[in-house]
Design a protein around this ligand. Structure first.
Ligand SMILES: Nc1ncnc2c1ncn2[C@@H]1O[C@H](COP(=O)(O)OP(=O)(O)O)[C@@H](O)[C@H]1O
Ligand SMILES: O=C(CO)[C@H](O)[C@H](O)COP(=O)(O)O
Length: 428
């Protein structure tokens, strides 16, 4: 088959600020990509209509660049823990709660704390389960679903299907592959939970309406997606036990591919299931957000050139913008440690780089102490990945090869799941 006739799949990522879509060939090459900002459609990042418009716009750019008849499958990822209550036809019944919107109702949080097993990822004020318990009081609610589920429903017409990754923080047990009975004990109405499929498994053929709207083949397979965090891991091409991915974005997230699941909520550590492997790790509150609180991106670049990364400042910071940490220390009251501040801004910036690198190192050490494979390599994504000074500081502390990325587009990770689903459905 000529390269221009090869079948294609589509991966769509809806992240914190916008939607991105890619078309991918079976050899993982990306043949087209498109992007759109949520802010271009609404000033409110919670507005689901704006999410859908951003997805339509990003997908439209991709479809205009390819022959639509080549598309075999499509999958979507969304921000982990963003939820909304819907009617049977998918109408949102209230404004969604975003991944970082906390539930303030202490009765709900106490019920989860009392009934969820210690190792569950459903603990905490931002968990999907806390949001389900909040939304189930809505009149006429059919299901409470995740952002990615709702967007997928626009392609299938089904608003009651999720994937194992998005469902994790809503209490789903990825080891028994079921919604556990204890969820009922929290007084959650389990009839409102979506059906859950493994990430990368076929859900349904595209609906007639969506096929007509996008000009896609009627047998396009819609595939169960994942969270944005897992998608950006998969996009890098990391695929062996011991492969680590550090995301130096607004926050620092660290994940490692592990042959067994690891759950340690006391450290904010959980595992997402991908096939029979696990993405173990967690998200810290440190990261670029601390840099951005003190320096513009231009100033970071200029000051970085003044830093000698081979010499430690000895400042020993724990950089945070406010008290509270999730991973690798889980302590809602943990105080930032950023004193003394030297007069020299380059030295201050170096202290922050060193502090974040030390937290990254502790994250990988926690994983190994809990039984993960030995860290073999790190791939780095996010705004901090392009800073050679920071990379040199990290290299001095982490002692493993830093590998290049197959792609830094989360949508490419989701497209890999679409390829898997297309193969499982026999259309590739
Ligand atoms: N040259 C740089 N060196 C280090 N950090 C940077 C640099 N440029 C931007 N950043 C940081 O990267 C962060 C944004 O990363 P990005 O991956 O785009 O974020 P998000 O997680 O929101 O998608 C900002 O907080 C910014 O401070
Ligand atoms: O904060 C987020 C929003 O971008 C991420 O969704 C979160 O950090 C990653 O969660 P997960 O590990 O479940 O993918």
């Amino acid at each position: 088959m000529r390269r221009e006739d090869a079948p294609l799949v589509i991966g769509i990522d809806i992240g914190t600020s916008g939607a991105r879509a890619v078309a991918m060939a079976p050899d993982f090459s990306i043949v087209a990509s498109g992007a759109a900002k949520i802010a271009d459609f609404s000033a409110d990042r919670r507005d689901p209509v704006a999410w859908w418009k951003a997805v339509q716009a990003a997908l439209g750019i991709v479809l205009d660049a390819i022959d639509r008849n080549r598309v075999r499958a499509l999958a979507i990822d969304g921000t982990s823990g963003t939820m909304l209550p819907v009617s049977e036809t998918g109408e949102p019944l209230s404004m969604p709660m975003m991944y970082n919107d906390p539930v303030a109702d202490h009765i709900i949080l106490d019920r989860i704390a009392r009934h969820a097993p210690k190792e569950s990822a459903a603990h905490g004020a931002t968990s999907g389960l806390a949001k389900l318990l909040t939304f189930q009081r809505q009149p006429d609610v059919y299901r409470v679903i995740h952002q990615a589920d709702w967007l997928m429903g626009h392609f299938t017409g089904l608003y009651d299907v999720s994937d194992e990754n998005n469902a994790l923080k809503t209490g789903y047990d990825p080891i028994s592959r079921s919604w556990p009975d204890w969820i009922g004990e929290t007084e959650a109405d389990s009839r409102l939970l979506p059906d859950v499929l493994p990430a990368g498994s076929p859900v349904a053929s595209i609906s007639d309406d969506a096929a007509a709207a996008f000009g896609l083949p009627a047998d396009t397979v819609i595939v169960a997606g994942t969270t944005d965090g897992c998608a950006s891991f998969l996009a890098t091409g990391a695929d062996r036990p011991g492969d680590g991915v550090s995301a130096l974005g607004t926050t620092l997230t660290v994940k490692m591919l592990s042959d067994k699941p690891l759950f340690a909520p006391e450290y904010g550590l959980y595992s997402h299931r991908i096939g029979d492997t696990w993405l173990a790790g967690g998200a810290s509150n440190t990261g670029g957000v601390v840099l951005a609180a003190h320096f513009s991106d231009e100033r970071i670049i200029a000051l970085s050139k003044e830093i000698d990364p081979t010499r430690e400042t000895g400042l020993d910071y724990y950089p945070l913008v406010k008290p509270g940490e999730r991973f690798p220390i889980n302590d809602p009251a943990l105080a930032p440690r950023m004193d003394p501040r030297p007069d020299n801004d380059a030295m201050f910036l170096q202290g922050i780089f060193e502090g974040i690198a030390a937290i990254e190192k502790l994250a990988y050490e926690r994983l190994e102490a809990l039984g993960s494979p030995k860290l073999a390599s790190i791939r780095t994504v996010g705004g901090g990945a392009k800073n050679p000074t920071w990379t040199a500081i990290r290299g001095r502390k982490l002692f493993v090869p830093f590998l290049p990325l197959a792609s830094e587009e989360a949508a490419a990770g989701t497209a890999r799941l679409a390829l898997q689903g297309a193969m499982a459905a026999g259309v590739l």
